[in-house]
Design a protein around this ligand. Structure first.
Ligand SMILES: [Zn+2]
Length: 318
């Protein structure tokens, strides 16, 4: 439900940071424009300047039929640069801006050519090395309202009965599935409690804003909360899919127990720093185990809260 063009944007602009190959190729070719504008140094430069360009400036010649494919490409990128910059002098200034330590920065040139979009604070926040990549992608799609929920499939013309598979009481859309659903609310509350936060889950933007603006919170705690947010969204989506496509259901206690079990068995390393212990607990959640891991948690809600306190002491993260 996300266009390839938007996937190619940087994370902070709502994409997944995939390179636009056309723009990247243009950036590489712009480096050749720069090289042909420099004093001849390499054999390639000398040959082009003396035999192909015949001492004319790369900025002055027009493309000719006799030119090689590569030179035609270089001239085409030169023209694109002039057009985007708004003139030859502006294009030269763009190239000058790409020079760092007397070397041409292809990344800077790529930033000039690539498609741009407004900054998305939520997406910028969720893009953290602490967050498991699979969780990061599902959370990003959820933040952008791009997951294929039933209401979206209906809007595309599919005939489906819209009933939330988690609570079986209301219609499914992003807002309901992740924050308004009885099941999801219960999951949020228990996970937040386990993380030492005595509050209910709110929409993503509120949660991300809350994490970002916790003035007295240390960096590792912000990463920890971010991991929790992304992992919870991921697990709710995985649970919804497991019910629809595999006919498998897990109770809230069982789902929340996944966090705890994993932390107990893998993440609680006394020698690790607080941040490492906290982030390891969630980084070690392989996506396949969301469905496959045999969980043996049988405790109820109250006992889960007691376990939470013990685990917080054991890590310790607070
Ligand atoms: Zn529901």
């Amino acid at each position: 439900m996300k266009s390839w063009k938007s996937i190619c944007l940087p994370w902070a602009e709502g994409g997944f940071g995939v390179k636009e190959l056309l723009s990247w190729n243009r950036a590489l070719l712009l480096r050749w424009v720069w090289m042909l504008d420099q004093d001849a140094d390499s054999v390639w430069q000398r040959w082009h300047k003396y035999y192909v360009l015949q001492h004319e400036s790369i900025w002055d010649i027009a493309s000719q039929e006799r030119y090689s494919v590569s030179l035609k490409g270089i001239l085409s990128v030169r023209d694109a640069c002039i057009q985007l910059a708004g003139g030859t002098q502006a294009a030269k200034a763009i190239i000058q801006g790409c020079i760092q330590n007397n070397q041409f920065s292809v990344s800077t040139a790529y930033a000039f050519f690539r498609t741009k979009a407004p900054i998305s604070r939520g997406m910028a926040a969720i893009h953290s090395s602490s967050v498991v990549p699979a969780h990061q992608i599902v959370a990003a799609l959820a933040i952008q309202n791009c997951l294929a929920t039933v209401d979206k499939l209906q809007a595309k013309g599919l005939y489906l009965i819209n009933r939330c598979t988690l609570c079986k009481e209301a219609a499914e859309d992003h807002q309901h599935l992740f924050f308004q659903c009885k099941y999801s609310k219960d999951v949020w509350q228990r996970i937040l409690l386990w993380m030492g936060i005595n509050r209910s889950g709110h929409p993503y933007w509120k949660e991300l804003h809350w994490i970002r603006t916790r003035k007295h919170s240390k960096a590792w705690r912000k990463h920890w909360f971010l991991c929790g947010l992304a992992a919870t969204v991921y697990m709710l989506w995985a649970e919804r899919n497991a019910r629809i496509f595999r006919g498998q259901e897990r109770t809230v206690t069982r789902l929340v127990g996944y966090f705890k079990t994993d932390n107990e068995t893998k993440g609680a390393n006394p020698a690790a720093t607080k941040q490492a212990a906290a982030t390891t607990a969630l980084r070690l959640l392989p996506s396949s185990e969301v469905f496959e891991s045999p969980l043996s948690l049988t405790s109820g809600y109250q006992s889960s809260v007691d376990e939470t306190k013990e685990q917080r002491d054991a890590i310790p993260i607070m």
